[in-house]
Design a protein around this ligand. Structure first.
Ligand code: CIZ
Length: 310
């Protein structure tokens, strides 16, 4: 890319020329969120993917999000700026091992978090995101036998609020698993009026001290309506961009990870996407998400089921 290229203008030009749209997850950097046609959580992005009219969708997020868009909009070209943008949670649940787990419990309904590969979705009855997991789990009879994967922290949290004992897959998100209770409590001492906001993928010790637990969208909405002026935010720090945009008068403090040298409250996969890569992927229409049609068709069912129940 030539030096001094105005990436914002060039991306806008390519988008128009190619009838493309840009979708960005809340965990993307602020510059990417600012040029996106739509910003959202996985549920909002999936819902939007079923309606959008375009020839090309650039999904600025991680690989499974590109897959979800492709599964729902198979006729469109779906690009992701960096194919290496994986997800620790999706990787913690290999399809072959998950299949063994499902087969070992044949009388169970399988509920999978959206942070899974298309292959795992083919083994799933209904997909959930953090913003609809409770509602969808509650749609099953109280005595239903349920498997929930792959996030054990989210699964434990949903078990606790719904009074169920779903069988859990033992996976975790490397960002949310890393938040340090001790450092959060130190921050709280320094900012006694700050409310602690935590994502349900955090460990239960962090959830115990949280004033509000919810998905990115739920936490964002909470900050808009709360009277509080300060918040300690225990989820990926990208969401703080939106929080600040809506509430410029409030203070948002990212919760620190255990190992502060690893910068774990940023998802290093999400942050692989850059403005330069978006420009290149629009220009060269690459890298593209492709899914074998038989897998796509099978994986679409539990996602559509989620959309119906949401
Ligand atoms: O559902 C999503 O997009 C994720 C990964 C988190 C959240 O709470 O929005």
């Amino acid at each position: 890319i030539p030096e001094n290229t105005d990436l914002v203008a060039e991306i806008a030009r390519l988008k128009k020329e190619k009838n493309a749209v840009i979708m960005a997850h809340y965990y993307q950097t602020g510059d990417i969120q600012d040029i996106a046609d739509v910003i959202g959580d996985s549920l909002a992005l999936a819902q939007w993917a079923t309606k959008v009219e375009a020839d090309i969708i650039v999904m600025c997020g991680v690989h499974f999000m590109g897959e979800t868009v492709k599964i729902l909009s198979s006729e469109k070209k779906v690009l992701v700026p960096d194919l290496n943008a994986g997800c620790s949670l999706a990787e913690s649940c290999p399809a072959d091992k998950f299949e063994e787990f499902v087969k070992a419990h044949p009388d169970h309904t399988v509920i999978s978090y959206v942070n899974t590969t298309a292959a795992v979705k083919t083994l799933t009855d209904v997909v959930v995101t953090s913003s609809n997991a409770r509602k969808i789990v509650d749609s099953f009879p109280k005595d239903a036998k349920l498997i929930f994967g792959p996030d054990r922290n989210l699964g434990n949290y949903i078990n606790s609020v719904t009074g169920r004992s779903m069988l859990l897959w033992d996976g975790a998100c490397h960002v949310h698993e890393q938040f340090s209770l001790e450092k959060i409590l130190l921050l709280k001492k320094e900012h006694p009026n700050a409310l602690i906001l935590a994502h349900p993928e955090c460990q239960s010790v962090v959830l115990k001290v949280a004033d509000e637990i919810g998905s990115t969208l739920a936490l964002l909405n909470f900050t808009k309506t709360s009277d509080a002026k300060e918040f300690i935010v225990a989820t990926e720090s990208g969401i703080i961009h939106e929080m600040r945009k809506y509430s410029p008068d409030k203070t948002f403090i990212p919760a620190p990870p255990i190992d502060s040298t690893c910068g774990c409250n940023d998802c290093n996969f999400m942050k692989l996407n850059t403005m330069e890569k978006i420009y290149n992927c629009l220009k060269y229409e690459f890298p593209e998400i492709t899914i074998e049609e038989s897998v796509r068709v099978k994986a679409e069912k539990p996602i559509r089921k989620m959309l119906e129940l949401s």
